[in-house]
Design a protein around this ligand. Sequence first.
Ligand code: SDX
Length: 435
Amino acid sequence: MSNEKIDRATLTFGDRSVELPVVTGTEGECALDISHLREKTKLVTLDPGLGNTASCFSKITYIDGERGILRYRGIPIEKLVEKVMFIDVAYLLVHGVLPTEEERHNFSQLLNFNSLMHEDMRHFFDLFPHDAHPMHILSTMINAMAAFYPNVDSKSLVENIDQATARVISIVRTMAAFVYKKSIGEPVVYPRHDLSYCANFLNMMFDSPVKPYQIRPETVRLLNILFILHADHEQNCSTTAVRVIGSAQVNLYATISAGISALSGPLHGGANQAVIEMLRTIQEDGDVDKFIKMAKDKSNPFRLMGFGHRVYKIYDPRASIIRRECEQYLKTIHYSDPLLDVAHRIEEAALKDPYFIDHHLYPNVDFYSGILYRAMGIPENMFTAMFALARLPGWVAHWQEMIGSQTKITRPRQVYVGKPLQTSDVFASKNPLLI
Ligand code: SDX
């Protein structure tokens, strides 16, 4: 294929043809711009699941699924996990650059000043059953933030983006820890001004008036790495939900609540909890090959959770880092998890199986993350909440980018395949309407 830049394509159908622009991204990816297709041809495009459709221009995250590349604002995740902490990445995603010392100090102050949840919101916890799933509680409470905090939407961004970002990622972190404490009947632990973002979360989760929590630097380091790896992933399902809901000019909290709901699905962020449940089932059964066979059997609904990805067609680069950190952390804290052995056996069997190779199915971000959360003492029903906490800055960054570039509400078309106009008297056989 020649290197000349192609900037248009011709679409021919019947005796007609129309020229359409072709746009090219930073990394050379090309897109057919169909934003005026219907106007020019009365045609619409059909793409269930939107696997072939770019919904927007974005400068936030770049993924190359064939080469296993993931960059936030052009910086590879492999560098970010080595060099900076989660709040630096949150700032990077929203602002497009890493913070200077001063910017980092100010952002850190904002996170601290916004770490307390409105005290009246604590009554929400009394209304949920003690075993309600944390994702259901979080999506409800985040939506309710609109009643307690100044409105932040595309029209009235009444405070600067840092204030809005800090409020979302700091209060929701406190909320998540409170959800856990309430679920085990323990008193909530308030955020502390002298702790970093991740250390504060761990302390709010595990400190207790009768048993002080020892904050281990290796655990804080690991949580920063996990949060960085989960912080954004371009136009995934939950981020698309945030962009779609946000396009109706609803407030930021409602859009984040929509993201939380989308992420909770087992095909999406809910997979990290589903992986552990799957590994435990396989461990109890003992026959890995049986489950590999079931995953390949189209008549069986069983799928290998934590495997496969809409975009990555090789090993998810996040999974490689998480797997490495998992082995290192368990050694450091002298902890062994039989489920890690099961995970290794599953991976080994799948990676040499023609079905998984031909279908490009490899471990994704969720395959090993649950094992790390278990080692940190995080309960399984909080795993997806951990994913949500990490994804908050990514959602805010995409919401901000969307309101800055898209003034129209997102409203796709369809291909109607239902009944034609019903001419016979469809009401004839029905009971006459009660007058
Ligand atoms: C996340 O999009 C993102 O970026 C998401 C995410 C993020 O950071 O936001 O990366 C986070 O959600 C990761 C994915 C977590 N979900 C899981 O681990 C659930 C298990 N995986 C699958 O359900 C599936 O792989 C998806 C949902 C992840 C991707 O599904 P696709 O792209 O719609 O692929 P598909 O369902 O069309 O499958 C293609 C083929 C099918 O076989 P054929 O009918 O073509 O013969 O691959 C098969 C599928 O049956 N397949 C699997 C499989 N995943 C796909 N077979 C067995 N086990 C699996 N896990």
